[in-house]
Design a binder for this molecule. Structure first.
Ligand code: URA
Length: 263
């Protein structure tokens, strides 16, 4: 009886965690945190003597934004940019991610798609847009003759995200996280040199054109880094709101017409 109740209690607790947004187990073995409390280390004092070096709290913080700008500016090609981003330690969420997710498709393709950040499937596989939203994106692209697996000039597409690491629980990236990655993203676009950018949802719009409100912005051409930009609703939104697919289809036709003009 007691163990049945313990099981029900544990299940309710787990469901509550899931409701709060927990999606991953952190360890394989259970930890009894009531026992840990007894042995928890006391916080260490950071008082320092007159001759001691600076305590950690006093040390100047690395200026990660300046570092991001420097690293991005120094990257001469996409491989160097990927290496610089992979080694960048300015974002805490790097520590919780399984994989660094850089890009997929063909660099130099006429169309470059910018999404938000990897989700669970992308984090596991190490490529952008490979989960359900990514599968819908592939079908949307196919509808206008584009294919991330093709290197043919008329069909190729290149795909990345604002953030290369998955935010825990798929939360929306913070303004600080986005700002930190914008220098890398801008360099990424410059090096990939697409003709047209497609921004999927609010996060890439905020990062590259400093605006959000995707439901108002979608379907209207704008500019970023001297390139035509089409904001679209994110495929994950379309999965939740199938009625919005009609507008997304109109946006895809706009993109197709723009690409044809350039040929
Ligand atoms: N959503 C995104 O914005 N990017 C991905 O890579 C996957 C889901």
């Amino acid at each position: 009886m007691e163990s049945a109740q313990a099981w029900i209690g544990a299940k309710a607790l787990l469901e509550w965690y899931v409701e709060l947004g927990a999606v991953d187990a952190v360890g394989d073995a259970p930890v009894n945190r009531y026992e840990l409390a007894e042995t928890a280390p006391k916080p260490r004092s950071v008082a320092r003597s007159a001759h001691a070096p600076l305590a950690l709290a006093d040390a100047p913080k690395t200026d990660h934004l300046a570092q991001a700008r420097r690293l991005a500016g120094a990257a001469g090609d996409l491989a160097a940019l990927a290496a610089a981003m992979r080694g960048f330690d300015g974002l805490e969420l790097k520590k919780g991610a399984r994989n660094f997710v850089f890009a997929d498709g063909t660099p130099g393709a006429p169309v470059m798609i910018v999404g938000e950040a990897p989700g669970a499937d992308e984090d596991r596989i190490g490529k952008p847009f490979v989960g359900r939203a990514g599968q819908l994106l592939d079908r949307m692209l196919a509808a206008i003759g584009l294919d991330r697996a093709s290197a043919e000039a008329g069909r190729a597409v290149y795909i990345t995200n604002v953030l290369p690491w998955r935010p825990p629980g798929n939360r929306t990236p913070t303004a600080e996280e986005m700002a930190m990655m914008v220098p890398f993203l801008e360099r990424h676009i410059t090096l990939a040199a697409p003709e047209v950018l497609i921004l999927m949802g609010n996060v890439p719009c905020a990062a590259l054109i400093g605006r959000s409100g995707i439901l108002r912005m979608r379907g209207q051409w704008t500019q970023a880094l001297g390139k035509p930009v089409m904001p679209m609703t994110h495929p994950a939104y379309l999965l939740r709101n199938p009625a919005a697919k009609r507008e997304a289809w109109a946006d895809l036709l706009e993109i197709q017409a723009k690409l044809r003009q350039g040929r």
